[in-house]
Write a protein that binds this ligand. Structure first.
Ligand SMILES: Nc1ncnc2c1ncn2[C@@H]1O[C@H](COP(=O)(O)OP(=O)(O)O)[C@@H](O)[C@H]1O
Ligand SMILES: [Mg+2]
Length: 407
């Protein structure tokens, strides 16, 4: 691909040939995107996280607002910022510190820090489905952030070359992600270039959430894997490479969330092999359900092949999550009922409702957990947040169950 920016004037003839056409448009769009990014997004600009009110902190910790205020008045634990109107606000790092402080000063064991112990295995949740737009990235981002707010140490892996999860976390693939900066660096077959996963993990502004960003470069894995298979390479079979890479950093995390690409390629198969649980996002519409049926059939077949080749795949749970659900919509309700009929408890009880709050937040590359309630229609925001929290807390319960804890 040429890197020259192309100026399209009336005289400029578009070169013949399909690839030339595509290159022209790619160059135009890339340079335009760069201009827009330069205008709106200063290279030095860092995304930052808002602060949390004492009411929000109380809810997150499961204690009363009065107790939070009391701690602050007594000068006990991390201290909030106090605005002239007396309102207290906490950073996310303060909230983590408050959890540690409460565990250290109360006799309730590890009630406030839910981190896993050595005998509780790392949870790797793959959010998947080969249908684009089924809210994989939205679900993955909200789940990752929710778990961090609840006190877990979370690694998010962006496995989609389109890098939406990275962008949502303030990492622009075209600008901020260099060659060999994605998970591909840890998966690649050429040893000289390979990097330990730890080297491509970045901390985010969302304290406690680390991310491995994506970039188009990830596509290399789809091209290189068949070559490696054709060469009959035996070292580290393709499906186990992600699992192996994740295990090298397991000690630092409780949960790993993998945002899968919208196709059933080698990347997705690697994620399905690494996963300890699977969340299949499904928008309850006939076309989407038909496509999911193909997805399940093909995935099942491929995982059989992989298992016969020696992979050990064991899932704690496999769940279907209804996304972008319009409860008032007749056809959607019927399809949701059909899925519940067919799959029973594998369909999560809670649904992610369709909401302008989610898509509006998405426009500014934010989640519901990042936006400030006051900047939105409050009723809309509250409904969306309630639905998102209900989904995420149901998934949290699955994680805790896998650890043998009481929900
Ligand atoms: N609950 C929701 N309500 C409204 N819009 C949503 C919701 N969930 C996702 N979206 C929007 O749908 C689009 C596709 O979602 P996305 O998470 O990117 O899907 P995928 O990763 O499966 O391709 C995005 O524009 C997103 O903002
Ligand atoms: Mg996506």
């Amino acid at each position: 691909m040429s890197n020259q920016a192309v100026q399209l004037t009336e005289e400029a003839a578009i070169p013949a040939g399909a690839n030339a056409y595509i290159n022209v448009y790619a160059d135009i769009l890339r340079s335009q995107l760069k201009n827009m990014a330069d205008a709106f997004w200063k290279p030095t600009a860092q995304k930052s996280l808002r602060r949390f009110t004492s009411g929000e902190v109380a809810k997150l910790l499961g204690i009363t607002d009065t107790r939070v205020r009391q701690l602050s008045i007594e000068g006990n634990g991390p201290q909030p910022e106090v605005a002239p109107n007396g309102r207290r606000s906490y950073s996310l790092a303060d909230i983590h510190a408050l959890r540690a402080h409460l565990d250290a000063t109360t006799n309730t064991g590890k009630r406030f820090s839910p981190r896993r112990s050595a005998d509780e295995h790392l949870q790797v949740l793959a959010v998947t489905n080969f249908k684009g737009g089924s809210a994989k990235t939205t679900s993955a981002a909200h789940l990752a952030q929710y778990l961090v707010l609840r006190g877990y140490r979370v690694l998010a892996i962006d496995l989609d070359p389109q890098a939406s999860l990275s962008a949502l976390h303030g990492i622009q693939p075209e600008i901020d992600v260099g060659p060999n900066d994605t998970v591909y660096a840890a998966l690649r077959y050429d040893e000289e270039q390979r990097r330990p996963l730890a080297e491509v993990i970045r901390p985010t502004y969302f304290s406690g959430l680390d991310i491995v960003p994506a970039h188009l470069e990830l596509m290399e894995y789809e091209h290189e894997t068949p070559k490696a298979l054709a060469e009959g390479r035996r070292d580290g079979l393709f499906f186990a490479r992600l699992q192996d890479a994740i295990l090298t950093v397991a000690d630092n995390y409780d949960v790993v969330i993998v945002d899968c690409p919208p196709q059933l390629g080698y990347l997705t198969l690697a994620a399905l092999t690494a996963a300890t649980s699977i969340v299949v996002t499904v928008h309850p519409q006939m076309l989407d359900v038909a496509s999911m049926s193909q997805f399940l059939t093909m995935t099942g077949g491929l995982l059989d092949v992989i298992q016969n080749a020696g992979a050990v795949i064991h899932y704690d749970a496999m769940r279907f999550l209804l996304t972008r659900y319009e409860v008032q919509d007749g056809p959607q309700t019927r399809i949701a009922a059909l899925l519940r009929n067919l799959f029973g408890e594998a369909v999560l009880t809670n649904v992610m409702v369709k909401s302008a709050a989610v898509s509006d937040a998405g426009l500014t590359q934010s989640t519901l957990y990042e936006v400030v309630r006051e900047t939105m229609n409050r009723a809309t925001y509250d409904r969306a947040l309630e639905s998102m929290n209900a989904v995420n807390s149901e998934i949290e319960a699955i994680i805790r169950q896998a650890w043998g804890r009481a929900a």
